[in-house]
Design a protein around this ligand. Structure first.
Ligand SMILES: NC(=O)c1ccc[n+]([C@@H]2O[C@H](COP(=O)([O-])OP(=O)(O)OC[C@H]3O[C@@H](n4cnc5c(N)ncnc54)[C@H](OP(=O)(O)O)[C@@H]3O)[C@@H](O)[C@H]2O)c1
Length: 272
């Protein structure tokens, strides 16, 4: 691991690895995904996740669960500043960015989020820069501590940087050992963009022999190996589950460490 990771999240009460974002913001490398976790199941899952030690929750306007997420955060007994909250702007809200984040904040019951992402590149490329300027304005007004993008190519990120001299703090994209692309990771690092991976399990074959061998060597599950591999690469990972045992197991990934050789073997799954 590089020196970018520190052992403790400022203001957070658990010893979790974090990655720095611009503006003194620290993002926990392990987060909790909430897509398709709605209603009571969503509320229960987020409450269970906070109880299990996650301090980073990923939601989106499109998920239709910000109200449940917000209620779980408020009723968890944790301080707001101890939880890193992400939400996302749907592409069809172009031109209505400000009212969209205000609606998110109302639903979440907070006066700011920690990270606001453009969920997908706008369908009309001419909208890209205006949307990005609106994101930056929301950050400058304190509605969000950091801003970023999701599902953007490196070329689309470069376009934003060239126009505004402001890099997205994060790009959230599909990622797993089977999608491992060293070059793409380097491109993010070179631009000061934190890579956040989504769908770590859906994009993995958890019965793959490399994963099961390494899991067996550490007495953990292949799913835990996949999560630990992201963290060892300083890639933010946001597993989703509505199953209490899985929610807990997916957070229990700090009691073992992968060797350099194991990491190389897992990396190689990306080129098979
Ligand atoms: N920006 C974007 O466009 C975008 C797109 C997709 C996802 N995301 C974000 O990324 C998060 C994660 O991605 P995802 O929800 O697509 O997929 P995921 O986290 O890779 O997989 C979730 C699925 O895996 C199951 N699961 C959870 N833990 C498991 C374990 N230990 N062993 C085996 N199976 C397990 C879950 O089942 P149960 O729930 O039944 O336990 C669920 O069916 C989302 O929730 C969302 O927050 C963002």
């Amino acid at each position: 691991m590089s020196g970018a990771i520190t052992g403790r999240t400022v203001g957070m009460d658990l010893d979790q690895p974090t990655v720095p974002l611009p503006g003194e913001v620290r993002m926990p490398l392990l987060g909790f995904g909430t897509w398709q976790a709605t209603g009571k199941a969503g509320y229960d899952a987020v409450l269970a996740a906070l109880d299990a030690g996650y301090r980073h929750i990923d939601t989106a306007t499109m998920y239709g669960n910000e109200e449940e997420v917000g209620r779980a955060v408020q009723e968890s007994g944790l301080r707001r500043e101890d939880i890193f909250l992400t939400t996302k702007l749907p592409p069809e809200r172009v031109g209505r960015e400000r009212e969209t984040i205000e609606a998110s904040l109302r639903a979440l019951g907070t006066d700011h989020v920690d990270l606001w992402l453009v969920h997908w590149p706008p369908s009309n490329p001419a909208d890209s820069i205006p949307v990005w300027r609106e994101m930056l304005a929301a950050r400058d007004e304190g509605l969000t501590r950091a801003v970023g993008v999701s599902n953007y190519s490196t070329a689309e990120i470069d376009e934003l940087i060239q126009a505004t001299e402001e890099n997205p703090a994060v790009n959230q994209i599909p990622w797993s050992p089977f999608l491992y692309d060293r070059q793409r990771h380097i491109e993010h690092r070179d631009r000061g963009v934190v890579l956040e991976g989504y769908s770590p399990f859906k994009r993995s074959d958890l019965s793959d022999p490399v994963l099961t061998r390494i899991a067996g060597a550490h007495g953990v599950s292949p799913a835990q190996v996949v999560l630990r591999w992201h963290i060892d690469h300083e890639i933010v990972v946001i597993p989703k589950s509505v199953t209490p045992e899985r929610i807990r197991a997916n957070a229990d990934v700090f009691q073992f460490a992968l060797t350099a050789e194991e990491i190389r073997d897992i990396d190689a799954l990306g080129s098979t």
